[in-house]
Design a protein around this ligand. Structure first.
Ligand code: FAD
Ligand code: FES
Length: 253
């Protein structure tokens, strides 16, 4: 993990409130899917903002983000050529096993970002990607990798199945061949549901958690989550011990 300056190559509005940011620069250690960066958006903001790595190829770091507040709004207004300070790659990524060939990826909202990087990385595998969004306007179609079987769900039914992607995931697992692994990203309730389905169908599952962060480097314990440890539990830092955890380890609230 290191702090480096990256130059903005492009900021592209993909769809309503969702942007792709391409940064030019290099890390000394190549990132792996599931890791994130901690980005200094502006001197007026004290805290950096964590964003999952959605791609890293030929010294181009790709991020996919949604405007939800001040920091992401400022980021969306950045211009090509501006320089941003980035700490990364941070955290532990998704476990990968070469025997896992039939992959199920489940993403809600911008929780798709780390899964996009993962799918590119696992290009030899057969992947089904279940993607849930509020409505059609919030689906970042142009960010999605090719060669993947997509199933969509929207809360309002404007694209794909109507309802939550967790329901689509449950139906999918009931009707299809059992995948070797489930990878997930998105809101807490979706990740929790993935945990339940992993137990029910006896499939290993790994999810990328998005707890609010302060230091982003393991010092402040501001991002902790309860993780099983033998017969008891302990707090683990999402930024340093995660953000990816096995759903079996997590004590869901
Ligand atoms: C490891 C990690 C990876 C992430 N990856 C991505 C990504 O790839 N793309 C993306 O769009 N977002 C991602 N996020 C969430 C992103 O960091 C926040 O949306 C961002 O920091 C908000 O900054 P802001 O200044 O715009 O909003 P703020 O003004 O800080 O907050 C605005 C609103 O967003 C909510 N919010 C802020 N941070 C979070 C969070 N971590 N989780 C849930 N709600 C939050 C606040 O509660 C508030 O309602 C990630 C978070 C983590 C911890
Ligand atoms: S944000 Fe400080 S320890 Fe994780």
């Amino acid at each position: 993990m290191e702090a480096k300056n990256f130059k903005i190559g492009s900021v592209t509005n993909l769809t309503r409130q969702i942007y792709r940011l391409e940064l030019e620069g290099s890390f000394t250690t190549s990132p792996v899917p599931g890791q994130f960066i901690h980005i200094k958006v502006d001197d007026r903001l004290f805290l950096r903002r964590p964003l999952s790595i959605a791609g890293y190829k030929n010294n181009i770091l790709t991020l996919i983000f949604q405007v939800v507040g001040e920091g992401t709004k400022m980021l969306s207004n950045k211009k090509k050529g501006e320089v941003l300070n980035v700490i990364g790659p941070v955290g532990k990524g998704f476990p990968i096993n070469k025997n896992w060939k039939n992959i199920l990826a489940v993403g809600g909202g911008t929780g798709i970002a780390p899964l996009i990087f993962l799918i590119d990385y696992l290009s030899h595998s057969r992947t089904t990607f279940l993607y849930g969004a509020r409505s059609r306007q919030y689906i970042a179609f142009t960010a999605l990798p090719k060669g993947v079987n997509y199933i969509f769900a929207t809360d309002d039914g404007s694209y794909g199945h109507k309802g939550l992607i967790s329901k689509t995931t449950s139906d999918f697992l009931r009707k299809n061949e059992k995948p070797d692994v489930i990878y997930g990203g998105g809101p807490y309730e979706l990740l929790k549901k993935i945990g339940e389905l992993s137990e029910k169908h006896n499939i290993p599952a790994f999810v990328s958690m998005e707890n609010r962060m302060a230091c982003g480097m393991g010092l402040c314990y501001g991002c902790v989550t309860k993780i099983k440890s033998g017969s008891v539990w302990e707090y683990k830092r999402v930024c340093k011990d995660g953000p990816v955890f096995s759903t079996k380890e997590i004590i869901w609230e």
